[in-house]
Design a protein around this ligand. Sequence first.
Ligand SMILES: Nc1ncnc2c1ncn2[C@@H]1O[C@H](COP(=O)(O)OP(=O)(O)O)[C@@H](O)[C@H]1O
Ligand SMILES: O=P(O)(O)OC[C@H]1O[C@](O)(COP(=O)(O)O)[C@@H](O)[C@@H]1O
Ligand SMILES: [Mg+2]
Length: 531
Amino acid sequence: MDSVAHAAVISSSKLSYGGRVSFNKDKNPPLRSSVVSLRNWRGPSRNLGVLAAQIGNKEIDFSDPDWKTNYQRDFERRFNIPHITDIFPDADPIPSTFCLKMRTPIMEDFAGGYPSDEEWHGYINNNDRCFLRSHYSSPTSAGAECIDPNCTWVEQWVHRAGPREKIYFKPEEVKAAIVTCGGLCPGLNDVIRQIVITLEIYGVKKIVGIPFGYRGFSDEGLSEMPLSRKVVQNVHLSGGSLLGVSRGGPSVSDIVDSMEERGINMLFVLGGNGTHAGANAIHDECRRRRMRVAVVGVPKTIDNDILMMDKTFGFDTAVEEAQRAINSAYIEAHSAYHGIGIVKLMGRNSGFIAMHASLASGQIDICLIPEVPFHLHGPLGVLRHLKFLIETKGSAVLCVAEGAGQNFLGRTNATDASGNTVLGDFGVHIQQETKKYFKEIGIHADVKYIDPTYMIRACRANASDGILCTVLGQNAVHGAFAGYSGITVGICNTHYVYFPIPEVISYPRAVDPNSRMWHRCLTSTGQPDFV
Ligand SMILES: Nc1ncnc2c1ncn2[C@@H]1O[C@H](COP(=O)(O)OP(=O)(O)O)[C@@H](O)[C@H]1O
Ligand SMILES: O=P(O)(O)OC[C@H]1O[C@](O)(COP(=O)(O)O)[C@@H](O)[C@@H]1O
Ligand SMILES: [Mg+2]
C-alpha cells in the first residue's frame, strides 16, 4: 500500500466536552485566530468541561465575567483599519468630491465638493460595521464557529466599505498608481477599469499603471502607463492584465523609493497573499518615512484562498470555465470503451476550484483536493475505485486540484521568483499511474488527460465577477480617499468591507473537509473515503 496523501491541514475539527462541540475548521490557524481551534486549544481534558482556551497568544478564561467584553475589545483593535490621522493627527479632511449624483468627472454643479446640506448623498458613516460571522445558537449546529464552549453570541464585525463624506486627499494633489502582481486572474482588467473611472469621478487627473507587477517599480525600460477612462473603457472585454503581471521583483525599500521619486501618493495593489504581504510592507515603510500615502489592496486569487472573504474575483469565472474542460472529459470518457477522463484544475494549497467545479458539473466521479488525504493504491485507493467504476458504469471522470497528492511526487525544493514552492504535476502522475494500473490488472482503459489551467486563468471575467470587480474597484478608491491605508477590500457575509491586510493573509484559506460544501461534493461524486 502506498502512503496516504497528506492533508495540508488538520482535518479534525470536533472537540467533545459535555456536549459535542464543533469548532472553527479554518486550517493552519493564524497566530491570532479569532475562534478556538483544535490546534490552539489548551484547555483541560476535553471531557471535563472547558475553563480556559488559548486563542493565539492570548489565554481566555471563561470563568472571568468580562471575558467577552475583553475579547470584543481585542477584536475591535485587531480589525481597526489604519488611517492617515494615526500618523498625521492634524490632517484636515475636506468635503468629498464624490457623490452618488455625480457620475462623470466634470459636473460643474458639484465643483469643490458635494453640498453637505443635501438630505441624501449616499455616504457611509465611519462607524458603520458589518458582522463577520453568523450566529450559531448551538455548538452542535453544522459549521458552528464558536468562541466559548456554549457558543454564546460574541460580536465580531469589520468596517463597512464605501464613500465617506470627508476625504483626506485633494484630487488635484493625487498621483494614483495601479499595479497587478502574481499570476493572472479573470477580472484584473475590470478592477483596473473601475479604479480609474472612480478616481476620475473624484477628480483625479494623474493616474498611472505600473507595468509588470512590482518589477515595474525598478526594472529599467519599464515606464509607467498613463491611464484614463478613455484608455480603460474596453479593457474588461479581454482577459489578462492591461498592465502585465510578474512574480518576484525589487525590495520594499526600493519600491517606496520609486514611489517617492514618482510622487505616487495612492497605490492600488491587485494581487494575492504574496502581493498583499508586499502591500502591507509598503504601507509600513511609507509610515516609517512619514509619507502621506494610501496603499489599498484588491485581493486577486483564482484559488479563492484569502481568509474571511465570501469569494475573490475570478473564482466564479474559473469554476464556470472549468465546466467546459470537465464536460469534454466526460464526453471523451463516455464515448470511449472503458474511458477515463482526468481534468486538472488550479489550486496550489486550496481545492476550492476543483470542489466547486465538480459540484457544479455533476459529471465528476472522483474529486481530489490538497486538503483531503487519499491512497492511490491498495484496497481503499483511488485506482481500485476506478476499477469499480469501469466495471459498473463503464467510464469515469476525475477532477484533481494541482496541489493534491504532492506527497506522491518527488520534492524538488524549487521555488518561483516570489518564493512559492513549485509543485509537481499530479495530473500527469495520476494519468500515468492509472494507465499502468489497468495494464497490470489486464483491463482495457482509455485514459484522456486535460489540463486547462492557463486557459481558465486567461479568460475574461463572467458577468457576476465583472460586477464583483466593479464594486471592489470602487471601494478601493473610496477607502484611499477616506484616508485609510494598509487595507484591502472584500465581500464578507454578503457585505463589502475593509480589512487590515495582515488579518486576511496570515495563512491561505483552505477547503474544510468537514464542511457541508465538501460533503455536498462527495454526495455528488459518490466517491468513498480513500483512506
Ligand atoms: N512576504 C512578502 N513580502 C513582500 N513581497 C512579497 C512577499 N511575498 C511575495 N511578495 C511579492 O508579491 C508579488 C506577488 O507574489 P506571488 O506570491 O507571486 O503572487 P500572489 O500575490 O498572487 O500570491 C511578487 O512580486 C513577490 O515578490
Ligand atoms: O505558472 P504560474 O504563473 O506560476 O502560476 C501558477 C499558480 O497560479 C495560481 O493559479 C494562482 O497563484 P497566485 O494566486 O499566486 O497568482 C496557482 O493556482 C498556481 O499554482
Ligand atoms: Mg500566492
